[in-house]
Design a protein around this ligand. Structure first.
Ligand SMILES: [Zn+2]
Length: 410
């Protein structure tokens, strides 16, 4: 970590050229460039269980970086821990993976703990430790994570259980909010990796939202604070993933946690990790999360977030679903023996699926045929006007990987 600290002094002496908060962008750049020094090396895949995660947390507990208390048990009896860092006047609650298959921020939280452990004297660590009390619940839905599924083991989407509180996990989250009365909350999720930023054809790497607390999406002081925090996050990210930050749908959802926690008086920011080309394991987005969260927490701790220009957040385009994994452009297609040939584009998605033997595999599926000029893709294949094998191109059916390979080589 010595290198990191030396680097910090170096960047301080350069002239930053970024917006209102040159310091925040400089720190963001430093944390981005030195990420590999605090990235927790034991996390190599986004599929992991709670037992695995507790193994990562244990050394930080043993070193005294964090203290841990139990918040209660999941439906299947897994103890859900709350990790605490810092002893400042402002309490921040961060919870991740309420959807079991959305683990990116959990990985980032582990990296952040590793940063605190490895760089205890870094200005980011000391400022956060002094001014904030971080209350972290990584993996609030451990039973869902065990199966890598969105819902809890009781088949409930706990993000629609903030009012009824039928599930133990929802009661735990609400209980933590009541017990610790955080001024700020970070609601950490993953979204569909194929959302784009407005109509830009750029994939949304991160979507942010200061959730509404009523149907008319009113503002109050608490929500405005959350918007400042969102603007800070977006501003810092713009130097690494410019044009790849969007705004999440801001419709009020009366059963969701973000909306309710905002309503209950905690300034809440929703962070959704989206997609990135060639990053199915989301390791780049994990890095983006770790850096974004660390800088946002630092800005909260030193108060800089308050003066971030709100329009940075207000002007973020909304998520728009306009992206396929692959588009084969400019192909010739004949739907049947008697039908005439057409010039078409072919949209293909690739999703993970467990096969009958329980082995994870990637399945490519044709989801659209026709004029797909308004859509973007992670990969574009130009068929150059040549005919595609019509028997292999069926809407909403899998397309053999070997055939996609043939198209690539054409
Ligand atoms: Zn989610």
């Amino acid at each position: 970590m010595k290198r990191l600290i030396t680097f910090w002094i170096l960047v301080m002496s350069t002239t930053p050229s970024f917006g209102q908060h040159p310091l925040l962008s400089t720190i963001g750049r430093e944390l981005f460039d030195s990420y590999e020094e605090y990235q927790l090396p034991s996390i190599t895949t986004r599929r992991f269980t709670q037992a695995k995660m507790l193994g990562w947390v244990k050394p930080f507990q043993d070193q005294g970086v964090v203290t841990t208390v139990s918040l209660g048990q999941s439906a299947e009896g897994r103890t859900i821990p709350l990790l605490t860092f810092g002893a400042g006047a402002t309490t921040v609650l961060l919870w991740s993976q309420m959807h079991g298959d959305e683990p990116t921020a959990t990985m980032a939280l582990m990296d952040i703990l590793n940063f605190f452990s490895r760089a205890p004297e870094h200005i980011v660590t000391t400022t956060i430790r002094r001014n904030l009390t971080l209350r972290m619940i990584p993996m609030i839905n451990p039973d869902g994570a065990e199966r890598f599924q969105r819902r809890t083991v009781q088949m409930i989407d706990m993000n629609r259980d903030a009012q009824r509180l039928e599930t133990p996990e929802a009661r735990i989250l609400k209980g933590a909010r009541e017990t610790y009365a955080p001024q700020f909350g970070f609601n950490l999720h993953d979204q569909d990796p194929r959302y784009t930023v407005g109509n830009t054809k750029k994939v949304s790497a991160i979507a942010l939202l200061a959730p509404a607390f009523d149907e008319s999406r009113s503002d109050n002081d608490g929500r405005r604070q959350a918007k400042h925090l969102a603007a800070t996050f977006a501003a810092v990210m713009s130097q690494f993933i410019e044009g790849h930050v969007s705004k999440y749908d801001d419709t009020f959802e009366s059963r969701a946690f973000g909306d309710n926690i905002q309503k209950w008086g905690t300034s809440t920011l929703l962070v959704e990790s989206g997609g990135w080309a060639n990053d199915r394991e989301k390791m780049f987005l994990r890095k983006i999360n770790a850096v974004g969260l660390l800088v946002s927490l630092y800005a909260l701790a030193n108060g800089d977030y308050r003066s971030t220009d709100l329009s940075i957040y207000e002007h973020l385009p909304f998520n728009t679903k306009y992206l396929y994994d692959i588009i084969v452009r400019n192909a010739t297609f004949r739907a049947s023996e008697t039908a005439p040939e057409l010039r078409v584009d072919i949209g293909i998605t690739i999703d993970e699926r467990r096969n009958d033997d329980g082995v994870l595999e990637l399945v490519a599926k044709v989801v659209d045929i026709g004029d797909l000029s308004v859509y973007a893709a992670f990969e574009e294949i130009d068929a150059g006007g040549s005919a595609v094998e019509s028997t292999l191109i069926k809407l909403d059916e899998p397309i053999p990987a070997a055939y996609i390979e043939t198209l690539r080589k054409r």
